[in-house]
Design a protein around this ligand. Structure first.
Ligand SMILES: Nc1nc2c(c(=O)[nH]1)N[C@@H](CN(C=O)c1ccc(C(=O)N[C@@H](CCC(=O)O)C(=O)O)cc1)CN2
Ligand SMILES: [Mg+2]
Length: 294
């Protein structure tokens, strides 16, 4: 197996996904006379967040959807945020709402997320959507784990019976990822900072999803021959005075052992915005009582 055939190209997958969404949006406009709309709220000046929000706006518009951007100063209070969310919840042209994370410390992110109408919660972070994911309801699924799942299914087909190890237990990635894999009938282990022997857990995994936010902490020689590795980490490090982006997995040493591995950049990252657009489309169709176009 060549190294290039092991690489799981999330960028290319996301491009195809966005092209399909653009067709579906065009169909909705022509046949049903409406355009899905996404509102993104950014509080403060975090440089990475500004880039992600700009990309979200550009990709929303490129898919033919309406983009509403709210850029608020980092002194914004929680009450001001809640007032904006209330306004967006009531706006029929806004089908999806998200608050870019992280938010400044005076704002409780979960209070904002839980103030969003769950039907418009295109991040899938609302407690109602988390509950639906856990109990089999039709909610909205968090974009990054959803993107990881699509890459895994595309590469492996049926996941039933696979032993998956998810490293990280955040509400945004680790927990929903584990739940999605469980829903696919995987045997799921969630590892975290208190896990006793992480290398041993990883060595037994058919599927490894690393979402810890620590540069190259998963070593290549932990990866079982033929395993599939999904690297959610996006860590900025400095090498010889130059900035570099690396994942949570030691890519160069994992690549020859893995049957499939996502690179950083160009793996999971681009899927996040792709699935955000898909969630917005799904949310808009549900709100309008229209079947999702094929
Ligand atoms: N409300 C939310 N906040 C945050 C989320 C989220 O899903 N919802 N996720 C991240 C940031 N994020 C989107 O918001 C995001 C991160 C990374 C990428 C991406 O395409 N990454 C590229 C590399 C980009 C770079 O050079 O920095 C890649 O991996 O190829 C897209 C979206 C936290 N906040
Ligand atoms: Mg509702």
């Amino acid at each position: 197996m060549s190294d290039s055939s092991r690489i799981i190209d999330g960028k290319a997958f996301a491009e195809k996904l966005r092209a399909k969404i653009a067709e579906q949006v065009a169909f909705l406009k022509e046949k049903h006379g409406f355009t899905p709309g996404l509102a993104v709220v950014l509080v403060g000046e975090d440089p990475a967040s500004k880039v992600y929000v700009r990309n979200k706006g550009e990709q929303t518009k490129a898919a033919g959807m309406a983009s509403f951007e709210y850029k608020l100063p980092d002194t914004t209070s929680q009450a001001e945020m809640l007032a904006l969310i209330d306004k967006l919840n009531k706006d029929p042209n806004v089908n999806g709402i998200l608050c870019q994370l992280p938010v400044p410390k005076q704002i409780d992110p979960q209070a904002i997320i839980n103030a969003i109408d769950p039907d418009k919660d295109v991040d899938g972070f609302h407690v109602v959507n988390a509950g639906k994911l856990a109990t089999g309801g039709e909610g909205l699924v968090p974009c990054t784990p959803y993107g990881c799942l699509l890459l895994l299914k595309d590469r492996l087909g049926d996941l039933a019976g696979k032993h998956a190890v998810v490293i990280g237990r955040s509400n945004i990635v680790g927990k929903p990822m584990a739940q999605l894999l469980l829903n696919e009938s995987c045997t799921v282990t969630i590892a975290h900072s208190k896990t006793k022997d992480l290398p041993d857990e990883v060595r037994r995994a058919d599927i490894v999803v690393a979402a810890v936010g620590r540069p190259e902490m998963v070593k290549g020689d932990w990866i079982k021959e033929g395993a599939t590795v999904i690297d959610v980490g996006i860590n900025r490090i400095e090498v010889n005075g130059k900035g570099k982006l690396v994942g949570d997995v030691e890519y160069a040493t994992a690549l020859p052992r893995a049957a499939g591995i996502t690179p950083v950049p160009g793996g999971v990252g681009p899927m996040t915005i792709g699935l955000l657009l898909r969630n917005t489309l799904v949310a808009a169709c549900r709100q309008r009582g229209v079947k999702l176009p094929d």
